[in-house]
Design a binder for this molecule. Structure first.
Ligand code: DGJ
Length: 706
């Protein structure tokens, strides 16, 4: 293997080029797909640096592991030690297999007594999945401090985009130039978090939704994480991500392995929408992807309608109206189990509370099912209230350090699922409820951060994360049709790790349609709309106290896995009529919305959003023009509707099923009632939006003319 070899993984839109040279595995290139013709030696020579003043005598070849021992002086891939020794490694490639678009490399370091398996899998959709397993071959323990996966960035990547947030304000973008040093985003709260950057994206300048090159990296993990962009003084740029480990969290006994949580790399030379299309196509290609199982049912969640005030008569009344609207699934949220009259008590005791459900849940489940509606139920199985039978019996079953009880959050503690007894208790109680009742789906919440989260004196966030993955997999094994929604105080556990175990994400606790615009836009960059819960909230928003027209809330909520989170018994007859029409429209359009290409238009007026979904065969599309604030000029900027066949004719009109928006004009532009235009005209000339009042929106239907 001393010979120089080039290995290329290729998809339609991207490629990764590796080099094997003298037992060192390196990544030469990651980006736009290309054809390599020259010899491996010439290819490598083209990339080799000169020997600079005040530098090592031979240009370093740090390899994918970026080791000090090979002359690298930036952030390494592996950090760890064996009681202070073996702190610096020098892995050699001992073997590899390359089949199709998969490269699996075996590396070992005889001095450090470690072996490493690295797997690179490039999918047809252009997603590169990278996984590593580190094994301790020595006879003493090896402490892993960190393993970060790194991918190279070219010089032309000049900016970085990532996401930040807090409760009810998830995934807001921040973009800035790449500067010297490390640009780092860390999560230390034990769940992916509201502030999690679901992807960190390096970009060429002026890159936007439609154009530019983007290199994105994401963790496939729901625990602690770190994302880096690094620019060294010599000009080398890289992007990296890994699990963030607490001190002593992973100590490998002789023969033990650390399965490093993997990363997802994604490249686009068609802007952010190109990245988005790769993520969506890749997720949709999974046989278990929710739309491959069945259409996404219109959902009604009773949380904001009743909060903890459960009583069967009220839920029946809501069910009656839900059935009239055409709701297909209802969710009983929180408040149903032992002593859960508020958020001070009950977590941990997953038995139906006879005080509010004297006949158990059978009667309400039957009532709902008899109306043709499925039943869903809320759990928060990773948590325990000090005021619960579970905690009274097992105060030792919480994640904690020393003999301290961690600070409370929402009056609750974290149950230690790495403790076999606690795990079995939760699995047993949840399984019993799922076995007793006809439950189609569970909403699984996680309402606090992990603080001081240890198990028998050792940090336990990694193992706790693995435990919840195991629990979800086991629940699904026992109940094959069960769907799970991942919720964590809204959208604090939306990531590419848990995505393989859940069917829906609760995008945010914020149901205000204006706030949701930004949250949904950026969450939807990675997660396809059919997996994002988007509900019509109450007229007067509970989170922001804003008042919105039903049409605005309806336009916002249709671009996802649609639902309602509002006491619909309080809706006026006019609002009820709109809800019925909107529900029918959602059912008619969900095939398109949940399979098409998501497009966010780079609209010239920052006071409005313009976005939509175009069918993969370009036969139809649905766009939203959303006026956030007053437009800049009297007449709003033309709405360009791209992505259709330039030479085909389309019928374009505004859909009134969502009700009428509030407008600030005397007369509507005439096209709203329907016109026929070519795909080229729609993309380049567009249509003139009406002058809408702020916080109003229209839904534009585009269908190929027959
Ligand atoms: C937080 C969730 O995000 C809400 O949707 C709701 O389920 C509450 N928890 C219930 O306590």
């Amino acid at each position: 293997m001393s010979e120089r070899t080039v290995i290329q993984l290729r998809s339609d839109n991207s490629t990764v080029v590796f080099e094997v040279n003298d037992k060192v595995l390196s990544i030469l290139y990651w980006g736009r797909d290309l054809l390599l013709l020259g010899s491996a030696g010439d290819q490598s020579a083209a990339l080799t640096n000169s020997v600079a003043h005040s530098s090592l005598d031979i240009p370093p070849t740090p390899g994918v592991l970026r080791e000090y021992s090979r002359g690298f002086q930036g952030h390494p891939a592996l950090s760890g030690h064996r009681n202070g020794k073996a702190w610096s490694t020098q892995f050699s490639l001992v073997d590899y297999s390359h089949q199709g678009n998969v490269l699996i490399a075996q590396l070992s370091d005889d001095a450090a007594q470690l072996s490493l398996e690295l797997a690179y899998r490039l999918t047809a959709e252009g997603i590169l999945k990278v996984d590593a397993i580190l094994t301790n071959l020595g006879s003493a323990e090896y402490s892993v401090d960190q393993f970060v996966y790194w991918m190279p960035l070219p010089d032309r990547a000049k900016e970085v985009l990532d996401f930040t947030g807090r409760w009810s304000h998830e995934r807001h973008p921040q973009r800035h130039p790449i500067v010297a040093g490390l640009t780092t985003r860390e999560i230390r709260e034990g769940r992916s978090g509201h502030d999690y950057t679901i992807a960190q994206i390096a970009m060429t300048p002026n890159s936007n939704f439609a154009s530019g090159e983007n290199w994105a990296l994401s963790m496939a993990w729901s625990g602690n994480s770190v994302h880096h962009v690094e620019r060294l003084a010599d000009g080398v740029q890289s992007i990296g991500a890994g699990e963030l480990l607490m001190p002593g969290e992973i100590i490998l006994a002789p023969g033990e392995s650390y399965q490093v949580p993997g990363v997802i790399a994604n490249y686009s030379n068609h802007g952010l929408d190109g990245l988005s299309s790769n993520y969506h196509s890749w997720l949709r290609a999974r046989p278990s992807h929710p739309t491959n199982v069945r259409p996404r049912p219109l959902t009604l969640n009773v949380w904001e309608a009743v909060y903890f005030a459960h009583d069967e008569a009220t839920i029946r009344q809501i069910t009656d109206v839900a059935a009239e609207i055409g709701v297909e699934r209802m969710v009983l949220d929180d408040g149903w189990f032992h002593d859960r009259r508020n958020d001070f008590a009950g977590l941990g005791d997953w038995v139906v509370d006879p005080a509010v459900w004297p006949k158990g849940l059978s009667s309400i489940v039957k009532y709902i099912n008899d109306k043709g509606i499925e039943f869903g139920l809320w759990f928060e199985g990773e948590m325990v209230n000090p005021d619960s039978d579970l905690y009274r019996a097992h105060p030792e079953w919480i994640l904690h350090e020393a003999d301290r009880v961690p600070p409370l959050q929402r009056h609750q503690l974290v149950l230690d699922l790495t403790h076999e007894g606690a795990y079995d208790h939760i699995l047993g109680q949840v399984d019993a409820i799922l076995s007793e009742y006809n439950i189609a789906y569970i909403k699984w919440d996680h309402n606090r951060t992990l603080v001081d989260a240890g198990h028998l004196g050792q940090a336990a966030i990694h193992n706790q994360t693995a435990a919840i993955y195991r629990l979800f997999a086991e629940l699904k094994r026992r109940h094959p049709k069960l769907e799970i929604e991942s919720c964590a105080s809204g959208g604090a556990r939306v990531d590419l790790g848990i995505v393989d175990l859940v069917d829906r994400f609760w995008t945010s606790d914020n149901n205000d349609a204006l706030e949701r615009q930004t949250i949904q836009r950026w969450t939807g960059l990675v997660i396809p709309p059919e997996m994002l819960g988007t509900h019509i909230g109450p007229t007067h928003g509970h989170q922001t106290a804003r008042t919105h027209e039903i049409s605005f809330r309806a336009v916002n909520a249709i671009f996802g896995h649609a639902g309602i989170e509002w006491n619909v018994t309080e809706a006026s007859p006019e609002e009820l009529e709109i809800l019925k029409k909107w529900a029918a429209l959602y059912k008619a359009k969900r095939g398109l919305l949940h399979s098409g290409r998501s497009i966010r238009v780079d609209h010239p007026d920052s006071n409005a959003f313009l976005y939509g979904v175009v069918a993969q065969d370009k036969s139809e599309a649905l766009f939203a023009y959303v006026q956030h604030r007053m437009n800049e000029s009297t007449f709003p900027a033309m709405a360009l509707l791209p992505g259709l066949e330039p030479e085909s004719l389309y019928e374009v009109k505004v859909l009134n099923e969502v009700g009428k928006p509030r407008a600030l004009q005397i007369k509507n532009p005439p096209w709203l009632k329907g016109v026929k235009l070519s795909g080229a005209a729609l993309a380049n000339i567009g249509v003139r939006p009406p002058i809408l009042a702020p916080e109003n929106a229209i839904l534009i239907s585009v269908v190929k003319a027959s």
